[in-house]
Structures are given as structure tokens and as C-alpha cells.
Design a protein around this ligand. Structure first.
Ligand code: ZN
Length: 312
């Protein structure tokens, strides 16, 4: 176990994996917990190695088209069990925040070919970015977001597409459904809390210096509060030095305007919440030090957003 713990720290997935480990341990599945931890550490190590070697590409260009708030961080989680620990990272949270990270994985789907159609490029280092945001949230608030992330490669499943376009192998269907089930479970848990927010985290290579907001130009989230001074989400991102486009709440989103995930779970749907896709350019995730800087600003902005909405 000690060896695994060391690997988590190196790969930056410590918080999520330890939460998952804690969840399994508390439900009495010690051997399952060990297997999950080993699997997750292996995935993380593989992911880190691949990310270091790979170059960013036009990964998300197609996106254009398209338990209690007071519970301490150590409370028993209410998240659904992860049936596919090799393919998905699912971590319970204690803040009314839900992170989705659909394109950061590089694990192969067993005994299945790659998709013949669709964008298959990995979003580099977004899993590491999400894990870093979680660490900063924990350090600043003692609490974390719910996290649903892909370990499996986009070559097999693109979770930010409708099912008919997301995968081709029949064995991918239950993994796709589990991703959406975990998001639904988390959103149902946080939905009535002040400031409840889904953040769908991506990396884009169209503009290295930009972070594109994607809400269907105000369809999937109420954008105006994000721009209020001084504690709006995007106001705080900008104050922290991040470059979020477009620059005003009423501006139309011309690139990466939000994919399937924010449109399925957005505030315009009956059981939805404010949902924003954030597409980070390469500059904001260019190495471990920069990821820490970016993550610190994002965590600060998310906590300011929650406070401004009345969350305590
Ligand atoms: Zn993406």
C-alpha cells in the first residue's frame, strides 16, 4: 500500500484515488479497494508518461457544434460504486461542485477496436489539472468536488457525444452509461445547494493562451453571475490571470460552445444545474508547475462563486 501511495503523489491523482480507496474500505471491500488502488495508480502512471511524450492536437474542435453541504470531507460518501475502475475515476465530493473530465484517458478498451469515426485525440494533462484543482479545493476549504473522469481513451469512447456517436463497440455501452449515471447521481445530490455547478474540463489546441467558456451562449448556465465583481467565477479567473473567452456574459460563444455533457445536465433541463465547459489552452496545462498555478486560481474562483451564491 505504501508503494501505491507514493505513486499517487507522483501522479497528482492522490486525492481522488484516496477518496475512492476510502469509499471501498468503508463498504468493507478491502480487496476490491486494493485492486482499485493498484489499477488507478497504474492508469495514472501510464497517463503521466503518455502526456509527457504526446503533443497537444485539435482535440476538441468538434465541440463547437455542438451529501450534505455541511458534511465534513471525511464523511461516508453517497456516490455510486464504480463498476469500471480501470476505465473511470469516480470520486465522491463534499462541495456542490461536479467535475467531468471526459477526454484525459489513455486506457484501451479490452478486446475492442478503436472507433472508426470521430475525434480520438486525448486532452493532454486534463486529468492532472482536475486532480490539482481538487487538491487546492481541499487545502483551501477542507472539501472537494464530485469527480467523474475518463481513464479510458477517447479512441474507444467520446463521453462528450450522444451515445450513438460516442462509441462503436458494444462493450463500451455500459461504460458510457456508467459515466452518465455517476454524473446524474452527483448532480442529484448537489442540485438544491447554493451555487451548484457542473464544470466539464477539457484541453483545446486552437489557442494556447485562451480558455473557452462553453454554455451554449447562456443556454446551459446563467452566465451573468459568473461576471459579477468581485466574486463571480469568471471575474475571479480573470483576476487570477487566466484568459477566458468570450469576455462578457452576453457575448456569443464562437468556439467550443459546449458539448453533449453540459447540454444534457445544464440548467435548461428539468433536473439540471448550471453547467459550463472550460477548454484550457496548452499554456494553462504546460507542465506540473503551470498546472499548479492554474489549479490554484480555478479553486479560488470556484470557492468564491459558491460563497457569492450563499453556500456556507
Ligand atoms: Zn475535450
Amino acid at each position: 500500500m505504501q508503494g501505491n501511495t507514493t505513486q499517487y503523489n507522483k501522479t497528482g491523482l492522490a486525492a481522488a484515488v484516496l477518496l475512492a480507496l476510502g469509499m471501498a474500505t468503508m463498504t468493507g471491500c478491502a480487496s476490491t479497494a486494493s485492486n482499485r488502488a493498484t489499477s488507478a495508480a497504474t492508469n495514472a502512471a501510464t497517463s503521466a508518461a503518455t502526456s509527457a511524450a504526446a503533443n497537444s492536437a485539435a482535440n476538441s474542435a468538434a465541440n463547437t457544434a455542438a451529501n450534505s453541504a455541511l458534511a465534513p470531507a471525511t464523511a461516508a460518501p453517497a456516490a455510486s460504486a464504480n463498476q469500471f475502475p480501470d476505465y473511470l475515476t469516480i470520486a465522491p465530493g463534499t462541495l456542490p461542485l461536479v467535475f467531468s473530465v471526459p477526454h484525459g484517458g489513455n486506457v484501451k478498451l479490452a478486446d475492442a477496436p478503436e472507433r472508426a469515426k470521430g475525434t480520438k485525440v486525448q486532452d493532454d494533462r486534463v486529468n492532472e489539472l482536475a486532480a490539482a484543482i481538487q487538491r487546492h479545493l481541499l487545502a483551501k476549504s477542507g472539501r472537494q468536488a464530485y469527480l467523474v473522469g475518463a481513464n479510458i481513451s477517447r479512441k474507444y469512447i467520446d463521453f462528450n457525444r450522444k451515445a450513438e456517436d460516442a462509441y462503436e463497440a458494444p462493450s463500451a455501452a455500459p461504460v458510457y452509461d456508467a459515466y452518465y449515471g455517476a454524473l446524474r447521481s452527483a448532480i442529484d445530490t448537489v442540485r438544491t445547494q447554493p451555487g451548484a455547478l457542473l464544470v466539464d474540463i477539457h484541453g483545446q489546441s486552437l489557442d494556447r493562451g485562451a480558455i473557452f467558456r462553453g454554455t451554449g451562449s447562456g443556454l446551459t448556465a446563467h452566465n451573468a453571475p459568473f461576471y459579477t465583481t468581485p466574486d463571480g467565477l469568471i471575474t475571479r479567473l480573470e483576476a487570477g490571470g487566466l484568459n477566458v473567452l468570450p469576455k462578457a456574459a452576453e457575448d456569443k460563444e464562437t468556439h467550443f460552445s459546449g458539448g453533449t455533457i453540459v447540454r444534457v445536465f445544464g440548467v435548461q433541463t428539468p433536473q439540471g444545474i448550471d453547467s459550463v465547459q472550460l477548454e484550457f489552452g496548452a499554456n494553462w496545462r504546460a507542465g506540473a508547475e503551470r498546472i499548479e498555478q492554474t489549479a490554484a486560481v480555478v479553486a479560488d474562483a470556484l470557492l468564491a462563486h459558491l460563497r457569492a451564491a450563499g453556500y456556507r
